[in-house]
Write a protein that binds this ligand. Structure first.
Ligand SMILES: [Cu+2]
Length: 666
């Protein structure tokens, strides 16, 4: 079971010939060195930097070797990542994208504000690019900064179809840098993405090698005795949860890349002492959230998602999938520094070196401790609540692992066993009414008491059978988050009807505020390591908010899922069953996202800015991708200034099929 299977993608010789032809044509057009067209390169081709306003991009199969084994990637102009596209604000760019694959492809220009027909989402924006065809994208650039592009077709992004975009500002750049480097982070697997997805569908924990082991079991028995251990294990198993579910896909299969180089490839950037070096970090991963630091250097964060922010100096920051952060560093010593990007679950890292001399390297630090999920990540923020019935639980750390250490003495564990968990899993956990604070009521919990509330909520969460009609004005115009009486302010929760279905396994009872929280695994880095970690609350736009209007309505969406069945959705409804979210052209709305899962989801709205409400309404940062932490909520403002059909989804590639909505501006 633990063996990594061979990917089923194998190139027939005919395809290979076609691939070679394709690259040769691309090389000729772009003036690439002839060696790039040799059939099997020894080293992986490195991304070129292409400048100007006319580009010919070729999407090709490309042999690559990131792990010691040759595999076939989906490349752009023969490299993974694809070329760095360097544009200029105010210009109109034309991009001819030719598909040399055996399947449809597409390119989405992530974070670029453009007409919907140029956005590159097959089925919403256009029909996709068929094999052998060329599609011409053309749009005007009204922004500057660091962005990226990637396929929006199938799982091609995971296979290498992504690259960086840098748009130089029309006005002088407020960020001064003597050197300017793109640092594209990504994750590569020798397994085919379809195999990975199939394994996750079968077993959501497949790639999680941190689950409790037999050794842990004996330790637990030594500490707590057989009876207690058995009881605790039984509870966790029945909930089908693990406090170690931080990432779905891990270093068990992934090799993490920095500008296309695995850790031992050691991507290098040079500087001279005293120079200001601008590093444009882009997370082009399929599934990996990174925590970045450069031991020995402070980083001044100057831009988020391409937009200039008021500079913030930190030691470490988290970058969600699809986010970008620009930082400036000023090394004063004549020594090398390691660019260190460890994954959120600490199952691996990407790494490179910033150095004054190519032969000078820096130490690679050990990874930090691996985090475990806590009550806070379940949206069960019990601070300020009387934990009566859970009296023995160690609340200081809110460590779910310690939940196993719950002191059940004095409680009737028999009734605990009576807890009706059929089909409820964590839903029933979050359904516990803590106002009673009584383990007996936990045991005797009866969902029938929620029936009235279900009915009340039902009007807002009607479930749709089959795929909705996409024409006309049909859609969901209004979801009033306030309609769920009691949610948020009280400890009693209201269940969605869908929560009783198999697609949703938990619900955040009292979602915390995601702004001040550096996130799981980073919360004690200030006290433990003396590192200042960036939070969303630190981010203020450099220039004043453009649209000062108050939002006229609020859209509240829950990010939902079932880890065990590996189903992801919004409001318990997956994309195929959902109607579009309707926005009226010109209106300003507030979107509040509540994360009812234990995963960190980076949510991306196409076509319009997501103006993150970090506290100062005068300087709201504009983002294209927003992390919503487990058990937390976050809100942002959107001005619906772009007609048409737009994608709105979680940017974790394997969450995307379900955790996706069409947003339609009419
Ligand atoms: Cu997600």
């Amino acid at each position: 079971m633990d063996r990594i299977e061979e990917p089923r993608v194998a190139l027939p010789s005919l395809s290979r010939r076609r691939f070679v032809t394709g690259v040769a044509a691309g090389a000729a057009l772009l003036g690439m060195p002839a060696s790039a067209s040799s059939a099997v390169p020894r080293a992986n081709p490195t991304p070129q930097t292409l400048r100007g306003n006319q580009f010919d991009l070729h999407v090709n199969y490309q042999p690559v070797n990131f792990t010691g084994r040759e595999r076939t990637a989906v490349a752009t102009n023969g490299s993974v990542p694809g070329p760095i596209l360097r544009w200029k604000e105010g210009e109109t760019v034309t991009l001819n994208v030719t598909n040399h694959l055996a399947h449809d492809t597409s390119i989405h220009w992530h974070g670029i504000i453009l007409p919907t027909g140029m956005d590159g989402v097959p089925g919403l924006s256009f029909n996709g690019i068929r094999p052998g065809e060329t599609f011409t994208y053309q749009f005007e650039l009204n922004q500057s900064g660091t962005y990226w592009y990637h396929s929006h077709s199938d799982f091609q992004e995971q296979q290498g179809h992504y690259g960086s975009i840098v748009i130089d500002p029309a006005e002088p750049d407020p960020v001064a840098g003597d050197r300017d480097y793109v640092v594209m982070l990504s994750d590569w697997s020798d397994e085919s993405p379809h195999d990975i997805y199939a394994k996750l569908k079968k077993e959501g924990h497949y790639y999680n090698r941190r689950r409790r082991t037999a050794g842990d079991l004996w330790d637990e028995i030594r500490q707590k005795g057989v009876a207690q251990t058995w009881q605790d294990r039984k509870m966790w198993n029945e909930m089908r949860m693990s406090d170690r579910d931080i990432s779905d896909v891990t270093g068990y299969t992934y090799t993490y890349l920095m500008n296309g180089q695995p850790p031992d490839g050691n991507w290098m950037a040079q500087f001279k002492r005293g120079e200001k070096v601008r590093l444009r970090f882009i997370n082009g991963s399929a599934m990996s959230i990174f925590d970045i630091r450069i031991p020995g250097l402070k980083m001044t964060v100057v831009a988020s998602d391409g937009q200039n922010i008021e500079p913030v100096t930190v030691d470490e920051f988290r970058i969600g999938v699809a986010e970008t952060y620009d930082v400036v560093v000023e090394p004063v010593d004549d020594r090398a520094y390691t660019l260190f990007a460890q994954t959120i679950d600490r199952s691996g890292y990407a790494r490179g070196t910033l150095t004054p001399h190519p032969e000078l390297h820096a130490e690679v630090p050990p990874m930090d401790y691996a985090p475990v999920l806590t009550h806070r990540d379940m949206g069960m923020d019990h601070s300020g609540h009387n934990m009566g019935g859970m009296s023995g639980m160690d609340q200081s750390g809110h460590d779910m692992g310690n939940m196993g250490g719950m002191d059940h003495s004095g409680h009737d564990m028999g009734s605990m066993g009576d807890m009706d968990r059929s089909g409820h899993d964590m839903g029933s956990m979050s359904g516990v009414d803590h106002s009673g604070h009584d383990m007996d009521s936990m045991g005797g919990m009866d969902h029938s008491q929620h029936a009235g509330m279900q009915a009340a909520a039902a009007g807002q969460y009607s479930l749709h059978g089959g795929r909705p009609e996409l024409g006309g004005m049909q859609g969901v115009w209004y979801t009033d988050g306030l309609g769920r009486a009691g949610h948020g302010s009280s400890s009693r929760i209201v269940h969605l009807p869908s929560e009783y279905r198999y697609g949703v396994d938990m619900r955040s009872e009292m979602p915390g505020n995601g702004l001040n929280d550096p996130g799981i695994g980073l919360r004690d880095h200030d006290t433990r390591y003396g590192r200042r970690v960036l939070t969303y609350a630190d981010i203020r736009n450099l220039t004043p908010t453009l649209d000062r209007r108050e939002p006229t309505r609020e859209l509240q969406l829950h990010l939902t899922g079932n880890m065990h069945r590996y189903m992801w959705s919004m409001d318990g409804i997956k994309f195929n069953d959902a109607e579009p979210l309707m926005l009226k052209y010109g209106e300003r709305i507030r979107i509040t996202l509540v994360n009812d899962t234990m995963m960190t989801h980076p949510i991306h709205l196409h076509g319009m800015w997501s103006e993150l409400e970090t506290g100062d309404s005068e300087y709201i940062p504009r983002k294209h991708t927003i992390i919503v932490q487990p058990g937390s909520k976050v809100s942002y403002l959107v001005t619906a200034d772009a007609y048409g059909r737009w994608a709105y989804h979680c940017h974790l590639l394997y969450h995307m099929p379900g955790m996706f909505r069409e947003v339609r501006v009419v």
